[in-house]
Design a binder for this molecule. Structure first.
Ligand code: SAM
Length: 249
């Protein structure tokens, strides 16, 4: 992305309740599958964004959460919300780059990451993050995945251009096993989880198109964000985010 468009990108992607599809219902469903989690687990959340999930994780589990991200305004917002909700002793929001997590100390009982493992790569993430987990530690991630073996040409070419590594559920399950995990389960996020995210982005696009109406490259960026949403509306049965829950074997 051109540097002059980064500011607009963050205008679109700041002050939203979440930065990817998801919901508390889906979180609770995934969390309920972690049957052997200790009573006070050490949790690492990677790519926490504005921290909506971090706060919910703190309500679901009694332990401590280290939440990392590379965008400082998200971390500041999470720190402030944790303080306001009396959770500051259990949530530590800190700058951390998922490409080098060697600064983290003791291993974790659970790593949670919604909509962020794609940045490192699904297979690389499962392999690298295993080193941060205790024996029989859990990994719960969401990853955009094909729901059909033969998706429509229009949506296939869009995602081939934007995320060529997107795969189907079976292929991801196989990779999880090959990375040395036992599969606990997986489920497709419902469409409502997508609209929890896209509704706020779409409302922003409308306002920003007015603000930048005379700026061609800004309008192009806004149109491409809108296109992703329009394509989801059309092809929602062909792909989705999927929660994958696994345990170190
Ligand atoms: C799609 S958002 C998901 C955020 C959040 N988990 C959610 O679902 O709302 C991806 C997040 O990864 C963060 N991120 C990007 N590159 C990163 C990196 N190298 N290390 C850690 N976080 C990163 C972004 O700042 C962003 O908050």
């Amino acid at each position: 992305m051109k540097p002059e468009l980064l500011e607009l990108f963050f205008e679109i992607h700041t002050d939203n309740p979440r930065e990817g599809p998801g919901s508390f219902e889906s979180m609770r469903k995934a969390f309920s599958m972690l049957q052997d989690l200790p009573p006070n687990p050490r949790i690492l959340e990677i790519g926490c964004g504005p921290g909506t999930q971090t706060l919910e994780l703190a309500r679901l589990a009694n332990g401590t959460i280290t939440a990392i991200d590379t965008y400082q305004p998200y971390l500041d917002r999470l720190t402030q919300n944790a303080r306001e909700q009396g959770l500051e002793n259990r949530i530590n929001a800190q700058y951390g780059d998922m490409f080098d997590l060697s600064f983290l100390g003791e291993p974790f009982d659970l790593i949670w990451s919604e909509g962020a493992i794609y940045i490192l790569g699904f297979d690389r993430g499962f392999k690298a993050w295993k080193n941060l987990l205790k024996p029989q530690g859990y990994l719960a991630v969401t990853e955009i995945s094909w729901l059909q073996s033969n998706p429509s040409t229009e949506i296939q070419s869009f995602w081939n251009e934007n995320y060529p590594n997107m795969r189907d559920i079976e292929t991801n399950r196989e990779q999880i096993r090959q990375a040395g995990y036992r599969e606990i389960g997986n489920f497709v996020l419902p469409e409502s989880d997508w609209w929890n995210y896209y509704d706020s982005i779409e409302a922003k696009i409308v306002c920003l198109k007015e603000k930048y109406r005379n700026d061609r490259s800004s309008i192009d960026l806004l149109n491409s964000e809108q296109r992703e949403i329009d394509l989801y509306r059309k092809y929602s049965s062909e792909y989705s985010y999927v929660f994958y829950i696994a345990q170190v074997a």
